[in-house]
Design a protein around this ligand. Sequence first.
Ligand code: MLT
Length: 410
Amino acid sequence: MVKVNENYLKLKAGYLFPEIARRVKAFQEINPGAPLIRLGIGDVTEPLPEACRLAMKTAIDDMGRHEDFHGYGPEQGYAWLREAIARHDFQARGCAITAEEIFVSDGSKCDSSNILDILGEENRIAVTDPVYPVYVDSNVMAGRTGDADGQGQYGGLTYLPITAANGFVAPLPSTPVDLIYLCFPNNPTGAGASRAHLQQWVDYARSHGSLILFDAAYEAFIQDPDLPHSIYEIEGARECAIEFRSFSKNAGFTGTRCAFTVVPRGLMGQSSTAEPVELWGLWNRRQCTKFNGVSYVVQRGAEAVYSAEGQVQIKALINFYMENAAIIRRELTAAGFEVYGGEQAPYVWLKTPAGTDSWGFFDQLLSRAHVVGTPGSGFGAAGEGYFRLSAFNSRANVNEAMSRLRALGT
Ligand code: MLT
């Protein structure tokens, strides 16, 4: 009989969002008419920006003519998209990132897992707690952790609690780590990170020879002009950080799929014999072997994000979701909840009522208000007693969900 990858057997539960979907489906089977409002998974609801749609339609027509037809594209992404990204997202903010350092992909979720392919198994890994579960589960699947304890924390991982007490930013580890996952603006707490905070991390990584895996999927939602949008705005970050970015949330590409990863030239790791090895070359090699690129049509859609019209349209989308976040914050605060986040990211992080744990609150909200959220404990042990509401929904649904929550009281 074929043997399975037993690391999968160490995983504590189903992946968080399918697990929520399973529970919601079970509820719907018993309550078929219940008018559900989904503020759980951070999936966008508003249509794709017109500039992106028009660019994709034109690209479809290109594919219908011999002279403009595109087969396999470059595994790293088309040069015109990589150049637009480098110019608008990095050089315009003073970051010396070039097109060659941008690798276009089909998602940050995949890239933040796939990056493990090029990193040694002996690396000591740190994650925040709570954390986007992909970082942890992908390490478990790859056999880079021990078993889970009673709280669901895996042996071999260093957990850095992010709490109300530390302003939801990651404390430096007390024992040395080689690989650090940071996500800012943060999923799930919605917290932003200051320049000074990220500088501490870059200084730490440089002095310890560590690598920061920086997930900036929500950077477009930052409202505070003093907060950095990229780790490369921090001095020294080119020497110690890889950054993940996505068109999913800022431009509504969750279903369309386009993202990118930045691997600076000259960013080094080392072999077991202490030979320096450039990570760019390894990632390029990995992508050329295992990935055939994002479709031409979708990359043309992503390129349109950087057009003048595209920029206006995505700003309107972002403002729309951040107004939802402001409504959620305001209404929950008025209803007596302790509320965090929602100011630099489209996620609101709230304390569950006294005596109710995260899944208990999930069940209450689902059964009594027909509102779906995400239990904080699904993001890690330190998320117990918290709950995440996503601002990705229509205004009518957000207003209705808040009036049902108000009626529920704390
Ligand atoms: C979330 O809800 O945390 C996000 O949708 C996850 C993701 O983008 O994969």
